[in-house]
Design a protein around this ligand. Sequence first.
Ligand SMILES: Cc1ncc(COP(=O)(O)O)c(CN[C@@H](CN)CCC(=O)O)c1O
Length: 433
Amino acid sequence: KSKLKRNDTNAKAAYERAIRVIPGGVNSPVRAFSSVDMTPIIVASGQGSRVLDVDGNSYIDYIGSWGPLILGHAHQEMVEAIWKAAIRGTSFGLSTEIETKMAELICEAVPSVEMVRMVNSGTEATMSALRLARGYTNRAKIIKFQGGYHGHADAMLIKSGSGVATLGLPDSPGVPKSVAENTITVPYNSLDSVRMVFEQLGEQIAAVIVEPVAGNMGVVPPLPGFLQGLRDITIQYGSLLIFDEVMTGFRVGYNGAQGLYGIKPDLTCLGKVIGGGLPVGAYGGSREIMEQIAPVGPIYQAGTLSGNPLAMAAGYAALSILGNDPTIYTELERKSARLAEGFLQNAKQTGVPLKVNRVGSMLCSYFMEHDVVDYETAQLSNMALFKKYYAAMIERGILTAPTPYEVMFVSNAHSDEDIETTIEAHYEALKQC
Ligand SMILES: Cc1ncc(COP(=O)(O)O)c(CN[C@@H](CN)CCC(=O)O)c1O
């Protein structure tokens, strides 16, 4: 079979130009395709389940902007909503009624949220939620999980210290040791580790922040009892439980992971889907906690473009479509299950070791035999195999995340034909591994 060659002439030229004026030529590191040694794809346009790159190559897209595009690219109703908002002005720095409608919709959809504050990214959402938790409990320490990603605020760029309950170490230059010491990192799905930390430092813990389905080490679902265990222990010690649902919110179901698993956190962080592809983040919780936020309460958080009318129009349109048509989630479940099943069939037929983890329309395949339950096991994925597989999928017009630790997102715009085409391409790609 001749090796299909992707024409990347224009991408190369565009990338050469970009790296002269943007660090690494990208506005977010993952877009540099550094894990797969290939010229980054530079997108010209997207429509439905497909994107077109600057060399005219068309791909079925499973990056979906890392989660926001659950309805696919350039969705007609959303483009119209954005356009209608834009011609009335893009931002006022004063309140507009769409912000209240958006807040009401989120409070209605997310079980634990009675009040919500809009911000402009997932990072801002988790950063603000952490400050709120620290201010509300008057405690400084927080617990996060290895492989958990909550954006790039200082307190989140921490790696675990030597022992389990030891203080954190900076995971990036520029994060002061004094900040790192207040973040303790333990293995995901390990309630024992969490209990150990609380036994030693419980009264100092302001919050536990967790992705209720981990989506930044591939897809790692919570083991039975894990989330309930976190809920119980945080109540026992007077700490807050923060669900980072930036990725899972309105993705794994209209009521998020907290609806799926029936656990009520104290604070919820949202992003991605709620912006419909425009910059939106949010954090919310009980009235009692949220009214500690300025201007009602003393804990400060602000933002020039928070809740701006354009992003609200896009987000409100997206969430309304999702809320008005529950078959969208059942269709996402059906198509995603078929995709995962096809991948596993291919692996069996070709003898390539493959594990597929999936929750709803979030899935990830790992080149290995055993279960992936945390960061350590996720790290064992065979990187050499992944690179070959990735290039083979690109050559066949299937665009997935250029690193093994990101999620494949199925959207409502992916047709059954797209799914079958992807499974066929996957079979060919595995045969080349
Ligand atoms: C669970 C979770 N919480 C917070 C964030 C940060 O959101 P942003 O600041 O990138 O909007 C993210 C961002 N996710 C990554 C991809 N997995 C964004 C992609 C990128 O960094 O370019 C997240 O997944």
